[in-house]
Design a protein around this ligand. Structure first.
Ligand code: ADP
Ligand code: MG
Length: 391
């Protein structure tokens, strides 16, 4: 996928509507993780270095209208610290305060609008709201990969109205990194999938099956496959309505000559949350067993596949890694990913958190900042905010 590049956009002396993803985790007005703020600094600096006037816009949380508890004010303060720039925060999404702030911008100044979701039309991809945003700027840049799978007024309807537009550097990097997985990945290509459920990830499984040489399945998702194979899984999380689908996926993998690896052992408890777990093969589980994680044999088998891969994509923890007795499998995969010399990509909210928790995130080739967006991209879905930026 080729996107219009910021390098080809004339920003000098012009107002640049820069859609970013500042949807940071917050608690009591404090930013818990500023990764997303740091992530757009290269794009911001590129615009400023070339004499542009950046007008930043983002959503935060899910407010239904103006809501002071979901204000971007703390993000404005953090952006000021991180960028060292004069970040002007008019405290409104639109209106005279915003217009005055933009009109008064001096070279090097940055304006950050208030939370776009304070405007009702944002979630509805409202063209009327897009027209109002359009009046604020001369050119458009979107660096919000995390929301690229949504058609919102500021990510989609607005982009349609601009002729001069581009993807930001973060967006470009995400698309290039994920395209290396979806388009002609270097072989062997190993995909590791886990997490709680298959539902919501079926498209990802279906899209990866023809491309990957091996699919390693762990986490709660594996339980449904194991049960479809006829194994007793006790009280483990399972999606009974997807047993047929899991069976079909395994048939398809076999017909295509693909390896589909399921865990052979697990870490088992009798109740959740668990203080401790027992390692057991998955062939003879008792009726009250709960599979909370993959076991050491499975870890070794998965790690061996990862070690020999030229491309690896990982989404979904191998177990309930939030509980200590069940963190081992996920940490083992994280370690194998870190040690793999091939092209390694991790995507998904909890998976990225687990990778960070492992302390080995820096050794991964690409960690996607977009949870849902990265999965939809891998699944081959049309991402509305990317469609409007295609070259
Ligand atoms: P991601 O956000 O990376 O896409 P998911 O949201 O699909 O991942 O899944 C993450 C969740 O899956 C974790 O919170 C974890 O506790 C849960 N999970 C993993 N393995 C199991 C299991 N065996 N049983 C129940 N839940 C599990
Ligand atoms: Mg998740």
């Amino acid at each position: 996928m080729k996107l219009r590049s910021l390098k080809d956009l004339n920003v000098s002396g012009r107002r640049v509507f820069l859609r970013v993803d500042f949807n940071v985790p917050m608690k009591d007005g404090k930013i818990l993780d500023d990764t997303r703020v740091r992530a757009i600094l290269p794009t911001l600096n590129a615009v400023l270095d070339r004499g542009g006037k950046p007008i930043l816009a983002s959503h935060l949380g899910r407010p239904k209208g103006p809501d002071p508890s979901q204000s971007l004010a703390p993000v404005a303060a953090r952006l000021r610290e991180l960028s060292g720039k004069n970040v002007i925060f008019p405290g409104k999404v639109l209106g005279p305060e915003v217009e005055a702030a933009i009109a008064g911008m001096k070279p090097g100044d940055v304006v950050l609008l208030e939370n776009t979701r304070f405007e009702k039309g944002e979630k509805d991809d409202d063209p009327a709201l897009a027209q109002k945003f359009r009046a604020l700027a001369d050119v458009y840049v979107n660096d919000a990969f995390g929301t690229a799978h949504r058609a919102d007024a500021s990510t989609h309807a607005l982009a349609v109205l601009f002729t001069e537009k581009a993807a930001g550097l973060l967006m470009e990097k995400e698309v290039a990194a994920l395209s290396a997985v979806t388009e002609n990945p270097e072989k062997p290509f190993v995909a590791i999938l886990g997490g709680a459920k298959i539902s919501g990830k079926l498209e990802v499984v279906q899209a990866l099956l023809p491309k990957a040489d091996a699919l390693l399945i762990g986490g709660g998702m594996a339980n449904t496959f194991l049960k479809a194979r006829g194994l007793a899984i006790g009280k483990s999380l399972v999606e009974d309505d997807l047993l047929g689908t899991a069976g079909e996926i395994m048939e398809k993998a076999k017909a295509m000559g693909k390896t589909l690896l399921l865990p052979e052992d697990g870490r088992i408890a009798k109740a959740l949350p668990a203080e401790k777990a027992e390692v057991s093969d998955l062939t003879a589980l008792s009726a009250d067993a709960i599979i909370g994680d993959i076991g050491p044999k499975s870890e070794a088998a998965f790690a061996a596949r990862i070690a020999g891969a030229r491309t690896v994509f990982w989404n979904g923890p191998m177990g309930i890694f939030e509980q200590k007795p069940f963190a081992g499998g996920t940490m083992a995969v994280a370690k194998a990913m870190a040690e793999c010399p091939g092209y390694t990509v991790v995507g998904g909210g909890e998976s990225v958190a687990a990778m960070e928790q492992s302390g080995m995130a820096a050794r991964i080739k690409h960690i996607s900042t977009g949870g849902g967006a990265s999965l939809e991209f891998i699944a081959g879905a049309v991402l509305p905010a990317l469609e409007v930026l295609k070259a």
